[in-house]
Write a protein that binds this ligand. Structure first.
Ligand SMILES: Cc1cc2nc3c(=O)[nH]c(=O)nc-3n(C[C@H](O)[C@H](O)[C@H](O)COP(=O)(O)OP(=O)(O)OC[C@H]3O[C@@H](n4cnc5c(N)ncnc54)[C@H](O)[C@@H]3O)c2cc1C
Length: 472
């Protein structure tokens, strides 16, 4: 790899450990033993991220007598669920703009189900005493250029006129800077109830503990190697054992699906984040961040940022890297040139914090699908269900996806399974070199739009018309 060009900000990264801050926790629990020998169960859950954990937990909560096994290829929470920004949003549709464009007729139902889902997460965290710093602080989308402020204002008027702006407030320059003071902020939209901040890895570990307490048998370092019909159910091989199950739920996210035909629906897009050292009281006061809400800025290539429980700032986003061939590889998790760029953007946003150092810098793969919100389905005559494609907004929505998978496996028609969003799939990605070329052209066009007052070129307008535009 070519050396990263030195900038004024590179010294701030000199001690940053290339690991997720959340996973670098002395409280990290040890793994459960791997499966050795044969297992049988009613429901086998594959994957120990939020998708799998919520599925196993919810299955037990729906029916405590149900026999549930979860297998995780490495350790619970090691992947996206232990590396994300910890923005736990009510939105099931990668934000209201994305949902309103794609499912205008059912957006009210989706918003209601999403709010209920976030309430249920809050209740579950409390009921199982999951120590994950859950704070329902809300989030501000900030405009950092006059054209973004104009677009934000127009958007606010639209959702207000459609009755979709409950709990959302428009902030002018003074009002947004009164919440968090950056010279780059021009306006904001403050959603006070629809987003919570949490410690992502601790949520995963807490869900694992809750699963174990309810009697789920969890096997870590146990990849499911294949999946085939067996008798009236399914059989899965693992390195040292095998599982026979009546039904199987796949929560395998960006990793190659055990149902091959699902694979073209997602590609890995790598996202990166930095964590600062804890801010002093004076540093925190200099940016006036009192209400602890999360923030995201309004460009196509956007940043997301928030405080941790001990007043560090997590600063992530902007670069979205798709590796040619679409493989998930550990080497992509670390990207010094992106860290340097993110550090520069951080100090542009908060010049008051000059001198602050980053302690952690990391990346992870996001399971991106062409409509940017999860899709669902079944295979093997309804004995296998899957949910994937959360595209960077799965902390909250994976719980909803778990409910959908359980409904589908039960063969039940519910309000969830009747949704068009659940019944219809996104367009799959084409093979290489078309996938790489299309994604590269989209990225280039989005960066150009950001530099040109938001003006979307012909490619982006065509993608928008085809329902493939990134509009969250
Ligand atoms: C840097 C970053 C920042 C993000 N920020 C946010 C955010 O702030 N808010 C938000 O809502 N979302 C965010 N996301 C997305 C969010 O983290 C994911 O949508 C969510 O964690 C997905 O959960 P999951 O369980 O589906 O996937 P994962 O956490 O990836 O879990 C899948 C698990 O399946 C296991 N697995 C795969 N195949 C097999 C197999 N064959 N056998 C056994 N196990 C298998 C893997 O080992 C893995 O542990 C972010 C993602 C990243 C990478």
């Amino acid at each position: 790899m070519a050396p990263v060009a030195m900038s004024r900000w590179t010294p701030s990264l000199s001690e940053a450990r290339p690991v997720s801050y959340w996973l670098d926790d002395p409280g990290r629990p040890g793994p459960e033993p791997a499966l050795t020998g044969p297992e049988t169960c009613d429901l086998l859950v594959v994957g120990g991220g939020y998708s799998g954990l919520w599925t196993a937990l919810t299955a037990k909560e729906r029916d405590p007598a149900r026999d549930v096994v979860l297998v995780e290829g490495r350790e619970v929470g090691w992947a996206a669920s232990g590396r994300n920004g910890g923005f736990c949003a009510a939105s099931l549709t990668h934000g209201l703009p994305n949902g309103l464009t794609r499912w205008p007729d059912e957006i009210r139902t989706l918003e209601r189900l999403g709010a209920r889902n976030l309430d249920a997460i809050e209740e579950t965290v409390a009921r199982h005493s999951i120590d994950c710093d859950f704070e329902r602080t809300g989030e501000i989308d900030v405009a950092t250029a006059p054209y973004q402020a104009r677009e934000l204002g127009e958007w606010y008027e639209r959702i207000r006129s459609e009755g979709l702006a409950e709990g959302i407030e428009y902030l002018d320059t003074d009002a947004v800077r009164d919440q968090v003071d950056s010279p780059t902020f021009v306006a904001g939209l403050y959603d006070r109830r629809g987003v919570a901040m949490l410690n992502p890895a601790r949520l995963a570990w807490g869900l694992k503990r809750a699963c174990l307490e309810l009697g789920v048998r969890v096997y870590e370092h146990t990849p499911a190697l294949d999946l085939r019909p067996h008798g009236g159910g399914m059989a899965v091989r693992t390195p040292y054992g095998a599982v026979r199950a009546r039904t199987v739920a796949l929560g395998t996210n960006v990793f190659p699906s055990l149902v091959r035909r699902v694979r073209p629906y997602t590609v890995p897009v790598y996202d990166y984040a930095l964590m600062t050292e804890p801010l002093t009281g004076a540093q925190l006061a200099s940016i006036g961040w009192k209400n602890r809400q999360g923030l995201g800025d309004g460009a196509n290539q956007f940043h997301y940022f928030r405080l941790s429980a001990d007043n560090r700032i997590l600063w992530g986003g902007y670069d979205a890297i798709y590796p040619y061939g679409g493989r998930v590889r550990a080497e992509y998790d670390d990207r010094p040139e992106t860290y340097a760029r993110l550090a520069g953007h951080f100090f542009t946003c908060f010049p008051q914090l000059e001198g602050v150092r980053f302690t952690h810098a990391w990346g992870g793969a996001i399971d991106t699908c062409s409509r940017f919100s999860a899709f669902f389905g079944t295979a093997h005559a309804g004995r296998v269900a899957y949910a994937a494609g959360y595209t960077g907004l799965g902390v909250g929505a994976t719980r909803f996806g778990a409910e959908v998978m359980l409904d589908l496996l039960a063969g039940e028609r519910t309000e969830r399974t009747e949704l068009e969003m659940v019944r219809r799939k996104p367009l799959p990605f084409p093979p290489e070199p078309f996938a790489w070329t299309g994604i590269a052209l989209t990225k280039w066009s989005l960066a150009r739009a950001d530099a040109r007052g938001g003006h979307r070129n012909l490619w982006l307008r065509t993608m928008d018309r085809l329902g493939l535009g990134f509009d969250s």
